[in-house]
Design a binder for this molecule. Structure first.
Ligand code: GLP
Length: 240
C-alpha cells in the first residue's frame, strides 16, 4: 500500500487535472462530499485535500459557494528592472490601476532616509492598487522626490499611465539601478480588504529603491504583493 496520505493523493490528482486543463481556471472543483464519495474517504480527508490546494494557490475557496480553480500565478522575473506594466504585459496579462492617493507630501522617517532628502522635503506619494486582468494583485506606495520630476502628479493619469513610462517620456529619467527586498507577511485588515484576500492571507512585502543614471535616488516603493498570485523567479549564476 502506498504511504502517501489519502488527502495528498486526492490533492495530487486534482493538481494533475488542473495542470492538464481538464479542470480549467474558474471551474468548480468537486466538493468535499463529492470527493469523499469518489475516493471513498472521509469528509475530513477530502477537506484536507481542498485545504492543501488552497494553501498552494491552485484553488480559491469562495464562502458558501465552494472551491474554484485559481488563475495561474504570475511568473515574476527578478533580474530586470522593469515596471509593473511591463511585467504584466510580458506575462500576457492586461495591467490596470486604481489610484488610491496621488499627492505631494513632506518626506519623513524612512522615506526621507531612503530617498536621501531632508525631513520635510517635498515628495510625491502615489498609492495604487495594481491589477492583472482586472484582478487586484498588488498595492504599491511609491515616493518620488518632487525635485526629480516637478509636476509629476499633474502630468499623468496614473489610473492608465505607467509611472516609469511617464518618468522617461516627460522627464527624461529612468531607474537604471535598484535594490529590492521581499519579506513574507500576512495581510492586515486594510490590505486584505483592498487586495480582496482573507485577513491573514500570505503576502510579500516588497521594497524597491531605484536610482537614476546619475546614481540619485529616484523612487522608493513599499508594496504588498498577493502571495497567491506570484511566483518570484531568478536565474542564478554559478558561485565562485
Ligand atoms: C514595479 C516596481 C515599482 C514601480 C512600478 C511602476 O511594480 N516594483 O517600484 O513603481 O513598477 O510601474 P508602472 O510603470 O507600471 O506604473
Amino acid at each position: 500500500m502506498s504511504s502517501v496520505p489519502h488527502y495528498r493523493r486526492i490533492a495530487d490528482s486534482l493538481v494533475d487535472a488542473i495542470r492538464s486543463g481538464s479542470l480549467e481556471v474558474g471551474a468548480r472543483v468537486p466538493s468535499e462530499r463529492e470527493l469523499s464519495a469518489e475516493f471513498g474517504v472521509s469528509r475530513m480527508t477530502a477537506r484536507g485535500a481542498l485545504k492543501t490546494l488552497v494553501e498552494q494557490g491552485f484553488v480559491n475557496s469562495v464562502e458558501a459557494k465552494g472551491y474554484f480553480v485559481a488563475a495561474s500565478r504570475i511568473d515574476q522575473r527578478l533580474q530586470t528592472l522593469t515596471s509593473f506594466t511591463e511585467d504584466m504585459r510580458r506575462s500576457g496579462r492586461r495591467p490596470s490601476s486604481i489610484v488610491l492617493a496621488a499627492r505631494k507630501a513632506e518626506a519623513a522617517g524612512e522615506v526621507a532616509a531612503r530617498l536621501a532628502v531632508a525631513e520635510g522635503a517635498s515628495v510625491y506619494h502615489l498609492l495604487r492598487l495594481r491589477e492583472a486582468d482586472a484582478v487586484p494583485v498588488a498595492l504599491e506606495a511609491a515616493h518620488i522626490p518632487e525635485s526629480m520630476a516637478p509636476g509629476l502628479i499633474e502630468s499623468a493619469d496614473f489610473a492608465s499611465d505607467s509611472l516609469y513610462a511617464t518618468l522617461k517620456q516627460r522627464f527624461g529619467i529612468l531607474p537604471v539601478e535598484a535594490e529590492q527586498s521581499f519579506e513574507a507577511s500576512a495581510a492586515g485588515e486594510s490590505d486584505a480588504a483592498i487586495l480582496r484576500v482573507p485577513i491573514g492571507a500570505p503576502v510579500l512585502r516588497l521594497t524597491r529603491l531605484s536610482l537614476d543614471a546619475a546614481g540619485r535616488p529616484l523612487e522608493f516603493v513599499q508594496s504588498v504583493y498577493r502571495g497567491d498570485r506570484f511566483t518570484m523567479r531568478v536565474r542564478l549564476a554559478p558561485g565562485s
